[in-house]
Design a protein around this ligand. Structure first.
Ligand SMILES: C[S@@+](CC[C@H](N)C(=O)[O-])C[C@H]1O[C@@H](n2cnc3c(N)ncnc32)[C@H](O)[C@@H]1O
Length: 434
């Protein structure tokens, strides 16, 4: 229910309006990492654009002034966000009829929408608990508003749930006193963790978007540092790391029907790798031999088994606690050794029940194993409160998130050594902020 506490303020802010921001949304606390990833991608992109500071909406969404080139880069390449959209219109209405009455004229007058053409579309509603009708009714109302608006523009909008041209997202956003129903055009073709490249998954696969966040939070420098996932399961972290290192697109422009809107006319039809010359060194291993076939399948499906990456991504079946700097040097002889990154996602004891008894011992043994790697860093995403104490090192960054519906944390450690000392200092302040 909408509560309006300050009539002065409500008169000023509570009205339906056309929106235009580019919107990146992610998991809890993802804002900072999504922002730094986009900055890096835009700098490396074929466009000479300056990325302004985004406005933050809570800890899970960033809003940028709309620029088609930036939107193109985000929709094609951005890995840490869950959804990428273009905001179209918003209304303070919490009931169906006023919402339709607000949306129809706004959309009918919106010159971004085509006129005199027939389009297929679908509507997804999420996070609208404070709307006074259920999600299905809300969805029906937005569909109807869109159909009416397109008719007024001399065209037609036809609902189609499979492979529609446009996917509209409806969300309730904003602070109490200025809550709005927001209509967004999905630019990134659905939930971004559905990469379309996972052919096999273990019993506890990590979401690709979380794996990307983990690697970005670890501040991995692929040209200087190897990356090791010693509890790799089906290899999600290793795959994401390799794709981030090479700057592979998540989606091809031709797979993004929303990029056919006139605003994107003339932008490139292809999205080639942004760092095609980077040759990362990655080791993905797991104690479970079955994982090897899954990892190889997933690497192959991601286009990571060609000549460029041969010998750069190695998969092994082994106990993580057997790893030593000497063994690592044997496995990846050409990789830099004096520094590196462990990026991993150990068992939590929730989905992998059989492991739960010995988890604190496993965490402790992993901590001891990694301390053999002086000068390296370790970044973990884990949903088990015992991890920090058992791992036995002082984190330089702790960031809450959620994994598999559980409260989880990203934790980064500097494992000693001179390279990490400077980093450690700057990280300490981040620990407080995170
Ligand atoms: C949460 S799963 C990792 C899932 C992985 N991130 C993915 O996306 O598929 C944890 C993995 O740790 C592995 N594991 C457990 N104990 C291990 C050990 N001592 N050494 C290596 N791997 C271990 C399990 O076999 C399991 O595959």
């Amino acid at each position: 229910m909408l509560t309006v506490t300050d009539p002065q303020k409500s008169a000023k802010t509570i009205s339906a309006r056309t929106e235009s921001a580019l919107r990146l949304s992610g998991t809890v606390g993802a804002n900072k990492v999504m922002e730094s990833e986009l900055l890096r991608l835009v700098k490396r992109s074929p466009f000479h654009v300056r990325l302004p500071k985004p406005a933050r909406q809570g800890s899970m969404a960033l809003r940028y002034p709309f620029d088609p080139e930036v939107a193109w880069v985000a929709a094609c390449y951005h890995r840490s966000s869950s959804r990428i959209g273009w905001e179209l219109a918003s209304s303070p209405a919490v009931r169906l009829e006023p919402l339709v009455a607000d949306l129809v004229p706004l959309l009918a007058a919106d010159e971004r929408l085509p006129s005199g053409r027939s389009v297929t579309f679908t509507v997804e509603v999420k996070g609208a608990e404070d709307f006074e009708a259920g999600p299905l009714q809300l969805r029906g109302a937005v569909k109807s508003a869109f159909e009416q608006a397109m008719q007024k523009r001399g065209g037609q909008a036809v609902v189609q749930s499979k492979d529609p041209e446009w996917e509209m997202l409806v969300r309730r956003v904003g602070q109490e006193g200025d809550r709005r129903t927001l209509l967004i055009l999905d630019l990134g073709r659905g939930p971004r963790h559905l990469r379309g490249q996972r052919v096999a998954q273990g019993p506890a696969p990590l979401r690709e978007t979380l794996a990307a966040q983990l690697v970005l939070l670890a501040n991995w420098m692929p040209h200087l540092e190897p990356l090791v996932d010693p509890t790799a399961g089906s290899g999600t972290i290793a795959v994401e790391a390799a794709l981030l290192a090479r700057g592979f697109a998540v989606r091809k422009p031709s797979d993004l029907p929303a990029l056919r809107w006139p605003a994107f006319a003339g932008l490139p039809p292809q999205a080639p790798p942004l760092y095609s010359d980077t040759r990362p060194f990655i080791l993905a291993s797991d104690v479970n031999e079955e994982c090897i076939a899954w990892m190889i399948g997933n690497l192959r499906a991601s286009g990571l088994t060609g000549r460029d990456t041969e010998h750069a991504i190695v998969v092994r079946s082994m106990n993580a606690t057997d790893l030593t700097p000497e063994l690592f040097a044997e496995i990846l002889p050409d990789a830099p050794k004096e520094r590196g990154v462990f990026a991993f996602n150990p068992p939590y004891g929730h989905r992998l029940q059989a492991d739960s008894g010995g988890l604190p011992r496993l965490y402790r043994d992993l901590g001891r194993t990694f301390k053999r790697f002086d000068g390296w860093r370790a970044a973990v995403v884990v949903a088990n409160e015992e991890f920090k104490e058992s791992f036995g090192a002082r984190p330089s960054l702790v960031k809450p998130t959620s994994a598999a519906g559980l409260r989880a944390e990203f934790i980064v450690y500097d494992l000693g050594g001179t390279q990490n000392r400077g980093r450690s200092e700057s990280r300490r302040s981040k620990t407080k902020r995170a």
